[in-house]
Ligand binder design. Structure first.
Ligand SMILES: Nc1ncnc2c1ncn2[C@@H]1O[C@H](COP(=O)(O)OP(=O)(O)OP(=O)(O)O)[C@@H](O)[C@H]1O
Length: 485
């Protein structure tokens, strides 16, 4: 899919820094437009089809929610999300009904949560548009419905399928993807384990789009991003009046995912109290929204992920054993990037193409040394860190060819090590015989001789250069027989 085909997200915020932060979080999956005022946003909306608008609640001269009321009337297909500080919440709650807001996100927002919310919003819109078309086609008897649904599905599969998981031939990821593709066919829960940034979410999406539920929704929640009480309401919904601020009934993610898949990321971060509630929903196949007495049946497949070793969490009493067995029936391990070093170069090339395109510099490429430098690094933050490093290098370098110098110093230790390799004359002067201690003594004596000679035997200056006391230097000279000279 070319960047032009990505769903369009419009960011409305008068602060350039927060616009930039949002852009960085979202720009791999969406085409981003930005506006600093309602006027600029209106211009975009009249010219472009916008899938989601993310609007700061505080804008010069107007409240975000008020502007979104207008968006609802004029561009009803655009999903509306407000970003707000805690202090704004009263304003928003009053405006929420009139503006038909899909979600409000509290500041400071968490990148993964923001990304997940926007992805879910786009999916909800696609589904809604599908339903509207379906209604229309049923009324008019149009026979194209099946073909169109198949086309939409193909598009989703192209963006989120297993091919999206870039890997080198023979990579350990081949095995993981093959196993995941098999598991995708059966309606079983799957637990994905792996360090942060290894691609667990990507794998979960691929499983969904290869499963019999592929034409249903894929809905995800990052369990680490919101507090426990909110998590329950996010996932299972709430009734109006269930708690302070619950002005409306709220449909939870499980209900939105009916017929599809729920992906619970960072499930290891949930509290035992929440785990009991989740277990009940999974066992009974029905949920009770917060504040409701009526049970609602739900048909979802649950995929979960964590960077923790969940078995250890069970042993430590932090994760309920019964829930563990419910979700961990089949477990997939995402290898860390350092365990699949051959993937680094292919993923880096893929990311570079994307980033360079986005930044309007399609001609940028890696030198072979830059690729070796990337491949030699351990990537504790995995592919997320690799992406950030490449984006930083492209943004900071004016060169068409990216060299190791374009990367952060922590990556260039490989390069520093190679620069520090002893030269031929140095190698020639190294002692070739004896134990390590004997050879080190010989080198130490050589260093002392050289420094003393340079300072014409002046012990005070030689000791200062070597960070030794005069007494210490004299002792060493005695030891190596240098004071006789
Ligand atoms: N094999 C891959 N090829 C291309 N991009 C990848 C690959 N794996 C991961 N990515 C990208 O790396 C980033 C991190 O991946 P993802 O969010 O799936 O990781 P995660 O393991 O779920 O991380 P976390 O545990 O922090 O949520 C995403 O932008 C994703 O698109």
């Amino acid at each position: 899919m070319s960047p032009d085909d990505l769903p369009v997200v419009l960011l409305v915020d008068d602060e350039v820094r927060s616009q930039d932060a949002m852009r960085r979080t979202l720009d791999e999956d969406f085409r981003i437009l930005t506006a600093s005022s309602a006027d600029e946003a209106r211009e975009w909306l009249t010219r472009q089809e916008v899938a989601v608008i993310l609007c700061d609640q505080r804008m010069p001269g107007q409240m975000g929610v008020d502007f979104l009321k207008e968006v609802r009337e004029r561009w009803p297909d655009t999903v509306r999300i407000v970003i707000s500080g805690y202090t704004d919440s009263e304003d928003i709650i009053t405006g929420i009904n009139e503006a038909g807001i899909y979600q409000y996100i509290l500041k400071p927002w968490v990148p993964d949560h923001l990304l997940a919310t926007v992805r879910t919003a786009v999916e909800a819109r696609t589904l809604q548009q599908g339903l509207s078309r379906l209604e229309l086609e049923l009324r008019t008897g149009a026979p194209l419905l099946k073909a169109r649904r198949a086309q939409r599905l193909n598009e989703a599969q192209a963006v989120f399928g297993f091919e999206r998981i870039i890997r080198a031939p023979g990579s350990p990821m081949e095995g993981v993807c093959a196993m995941a593709a098999r598991l995708a066919r059966y309606d079983l829960p799957v637990l994905v384990l792996g360090e942060s940034g290894t691609g667990k979410e990507l794998l979960a999406r691929a499983i969904h789009y290869a499963s019999p539920r592929q034409s249903g929704p894929f809905v995800m929640e990052n369990c680490a991003a919101i507090p426990d009480t909110l998590l329950e309401s996010e996932l299972f919904g709430h009734k109006r009046g269930a708690f302070t601020g619950a002005y409306e009934d709220h449909i939870g993610l499980f209900q939105r995912a009916h017929g599809g898949t729920v992906f619970l990321d960072e499930i290891g971060e949930t509290s035992p109290a929440f785990q009991v509630k989740l277990l009940r929903v999974l066992q009974e196949g029905e949920l009770r929204p917060v504040g409701s007495t009526r049970a609602v049946p739900v048909d979802v497949r649950v995929l979960a992920a964590t960077h923790r070793t969940l078995e250890d969490e069970v042993k430590a009493g932090r994760f309920r054993e019964d829930l563990y067995y419910r979700i961990a029936g089949t477990t997939l391990h995402m290898p860390a990037l350092r365990e699949r070093a051959d993937d680094i170069a292919v993923i880096a090339q893929h990311v570079l193409r994307h980033v360079a395109q986005e930044l309007g510099r399609p001609e940028v490429h890696f030198t072979p040394e830059a690729l070796s430098c990337l491949s030699a690094y351990a990537w504790p933050g995995n592919i997320r860190e690799l992406r950030n490093e490449i984006a930083r290098a492209v943004a900071l370098s004016d060169d068409v060819a990216l060299r190791p110098q374009a990367f952060s110093p922590r990556l260039r230790c490989g390069e520093a090590a190679s620069l520090a390799k002893p030269s031929a004359p140095e190698l020639a002067s190294l002692p070739r015989k004896g134990t390590l201690a004997e050879r080190l003594d010989a080198v130490e004596a050589m260093v002392l001789r050289e420094v003393l000679a340079r300072h014409q035997g002046n012990k005070t200056r030689a000791a200062a250069e070597l960070d030794l006391s005069r007494v210490g230097l004299r002792a060493k000279m005695q030891r190596f027989g240098l004071d006789e000279a």
